[in-house]
Design a protein around this ligand. Structure first.
Ligand code: NAI
Length: 302
């Protein structure tokens, strides 16, 4: 392996890359990257998850072909660029890794440490963490300067914003390379510092917290809350949004922002959400959250 100080990085356009985590976000990131022309390896710790994610993507892109929004040829090219892999060792030649696994510091740290033994030292390592300190994730790496936050929003193909999050040791050239890549992908990047929740999730915490407090007080049902916020001009109500994000992820984000702010009462996690997480009611991805989602269909009140 070569050594690098990451002072200048050739553009990452079209670079072969690895996406780790084939869940809600990883599948979306793989789609956007493949549509932009990157050969993408897609890996998930759960056997078969990457293959399932690709099959699901094929189905949703076919719908867009049927609607005349994409050509069959473009879809075939996109899908041909995505290769599910069962071992991350297969990713040795990639120049970029985007991690979108479970929102747990120790798990992310362990994964990046493992990756350092696989990829070259000039490979950029990006994390899609929603809330965990990028500085903390980089702690213990041989080359912490190449780790950066690349925080997408859900659904990845539609949401323009990308927070490019620099930790204390992130090399400016690494943040800049990800910023430029996000623009090439048609996104609107912003630079952010590694503060708890970064920008959007910091602002969003009280919004979810008040929603959950209203539910705990039984002031309104999820359907009423969502109808109110939609009528006020929001594209989605807060309950359907939490169902889309996933309550497991949303709860982890709140916990991490709460802890990172020295247990500031403003960020206390909600008992309502903990109960749902404990019950496996994660939202759309498990078929039930505030609403039921039979066969991925329309949301039904429960
Ligand atoms: P998800 O639960 O849909 O998918 C996570 C995937 O990672 C699962 O398929 C799981 O099997 C896999 N995984 C877990 N540990 C792994 C490991 N050690 N190695 C390989 N694969 C592993 O979660 P989601 O929603 O896609 O979130 C992923 C990351 O993206 C989290 O850090 C989350 O905070 C962040 N994020 C989530 C957003 C959302 O709206 N859901 C929005 C922006 C960021």
């Amino acid at each position: 392996m070569t050594t690098t100080t990451m002072t200048s990085i050739p553009p990452l356009n079209l670079a072969p890359m690895l996406v780790i985590g084939a869940g809600i976000m990883g599948a979306g990131i793989a789609q956007v990257a493949a549509q932009a022309g990157h050969p993408v390896l897609l890996h998930d710790a759960r056997e078969g998850a990457a293959i399932e994610a690709k099959a699901k993507l094929a189905k949703s892109l076919d719908t867009l072909v049927a609607k005349g929004k994409l050509t069959a040829e473009a879809v075939a090219q996109t899908l041909a660029r995505i290769t599910p892999v069962s071992a991350i060792e297969e990713a040795a030649p990639v120049r970029l890794v985007v991690e979108a696994i479970v929102e747990k510091l120790d798990v992310k740290r362990a994964l990046f440490k493992q990756l350092e033994g696989i990829v070259a030292t000039d490979c950029v390592l990006a994390t899609n963490t929603s809330s965990i300190s990028v500085t903390a994730i980089a702690n213990g790496l041989a080359h912490p300067e190449r780790l950066v936050g690349m925080h997408f929003f859900n659904p990845v193909p539609l949401m323009k914003l990308v927070e490019v999050v620099s930790g204390l040791q992130t090399a400016p050239a690494v943040a800049e390379a990800i910023f430029e890549l996000s623009k090439v992908w048609g996104k609107t990047p912003v630079h952010a510092k590694s503060t708890p929740g970064f920008i959007v999730n910091r602002i969003a915490r009280p919004y979810y917290a008040e929603t959950l407090a209203l539910l705990l007080e039984q002031a309104a049902t999820p359907a009423v809350l969502d109808a109110c916020l939609r009528a006020a001009g929001f594209r989605m109500g807060p309950c359907e949004l939490m169902d889309l994000i996933g309550h497991d992820t949303n709860f982890s984000v709140t916990q991490s922002v709460y802890e990172a702010n020295f247990y500031d009462k403003r960020f206390v996690p909600s008992l309502v959400q903990r109960e749902m997480v404990d019950g496996g009611l994660f939202g759309r991805k498990t078929g039930r959250g505030f609403y039921a989602y039979p066969n991925d269909g329309a949301a039904l009140p429960v």
